[in-house]
Design a protein around this ligand. Sequence first.
Ligand code: ADP
Length: 448
Amino acid sequence: MFDKVLIANRGEIALRIHRACKEMGLSTVAVHSTADSNAMHVRLADESVCIGPPGASESYLKSAAIMTAAEITHAGAIHPGYGFLSENARFVEIVEAHGLNFIGPRAEHIRLMGDKIAAKKAMIEVGVPVVPGSDGGVPDEATAKKVAAEMGYPVLVKAASGGGGRGMKVARSEEEMGKAFNTARSEAKAAFGDDEVYIEKYLEKPRHIEIQVIADSHGNVVHLGERDCSLQRRHQKVFEEAPSPAITQAERDTIGKTVVDAVKKLGYLGVGTIEFLYENGEFYFIEMNTRLQVEHPVTEMITRIDLVKEQIRIAQGEKLSFTQGDVPFIGHAIECRINAEHPETFAPSPGLIKEFHAPGGLGVRLDSAAYAGYMIPPYYDSLIGKLIVHGVTREECMLRLKRALGEMVVSGVETTLPLHQRLVDAEGVNSGNYDIHWLERFLADQES
Ligand code: ADP
C-alpha cells in the first residue's frame, strides 16, 4: 500500500491526477522542468522536484531523473498520465525494479500494444474483429504493391510503432503507392525510430468509436461504454462525445462483451481503451491504448466513475467496486479540446495568458491547469484545457456546450475556442451525422 504518489506529467492531466489523489487522502509529488516552475500542478502538489531543463527528453521523458525524484521524496507509486512515459514498458520495469508501484498496466501489455502489428494479431486471437490488412509488416515497395493489389485500393500505410496520427499515408492507386510507402516509412523512422510499416484497407466513411475498459488484479473486467471521437484533424481528436450518436444499445452490448472477453483472455490490468473504426454496422479494431486517455472525462460524466481513482485502487490491489450491471449510463457528455493554437491555421500560440475566465454552472467541467498570468511554454503540446459538459439528453448537452463556450474567456494567446464555436453551430455536429473526414471537409469549406 502506498500513501504518496509521484505524478510523472505536467499540465491539465497532472492536475487531474493530483485532484484524485487528494480526494483519496494521498499526498502528491509534482515533477517539473525549469520551464514549468510556476505551473499549477507544481503549486498545488504537496511537494515538487525540478527534474531538468525544458526539453522533454531532458525532463519528463528522463526516467533516471524521475526515479531520483521518487526516491528522495519517498513516493510509493508513480502515475504517468498520458503521453511522455505512459506507454514505455521499460519505464514500468524500472519503476517496479525499484520496489515502487506503477499506476497503470503491466509492462508486457504495454509492449504488446505498442507494436501495432503484434497488437492486431493478439486481438484476432482473442476474437476481436480487425481492419482487413497485411499479414504483419511490409518490408518493401514491391510487396506493398502486391498486398494492396490483392486487397484493393484505397489502402493506408501505417507505422507499426505509430501514435498521434504520424507515419500514416493513404494510397488510392498503384501510382500513389511508392510515395505513400516511402513517406510513411521515413516519417515513422523520424518520429519513432522504427521504420516498420503495415497496410490496412482504407475505410472511406468510418466513425472512430472506442471502448473504455477497466480490469482489476482479481480477474474482474468491466466496460464503460464507448466514446465517439470521429471529429478529427490530421487523425487527431478535437471533440469527443459519449454515448456515440451512431450506435444502438444492442451494438453497445455486443461490442462491449467482445471487448470484455478479449481483455480477460489477455490478462490485462488497469484502464485501457480499445479503438475501433465503425462503418456500416461493423466494428474494426485499430489499436489499444494502454493508458488513461485525454478524453476519459466524457466517460466519467456519463458513468459517474472516477477513472483515476479506480486506477489507484487497482494499483493498490483492490477489487472493482462495481460489476457490469452496476454501471449507470446517464445522459450525454461532450468534450472540446482547447488548444493554444490559431483557430484557422492551427499554428501554435504559446505565450502569456492575460485573462482567463472559466465557464460554470450545472453540468460544466473544465479540466485545465491554465490561469490568468500563466506563461504557456513553447516546448510541449498545445492543449490548455478540456471543456466537458453533461446533459440529460444530447440536445441539452449541445445547448449547454454552446452556452459554456460563450462564457469562456482566454486572452493573450490564440486558442481553438472560435473553432469549437463554429463546430457547435454546424449542422453535421448538431445532427451527430459525421464521420472521421467530416472535420477536414468542414475546414476546407470554410477556407474556400
Ligand atoms: P495513431 O496511433 O497514430 O493515433 P490510429 O491507428 O489510432 O493511429 O488511427 C488514428 C486515426 O487515423 C483513426 O482514428 C482514423 O481517423 C484514422 N485511421 C486509422 N486507420 C484507418 C483506416 N484503416 N481507414 C481509415 N482511417 C483510418
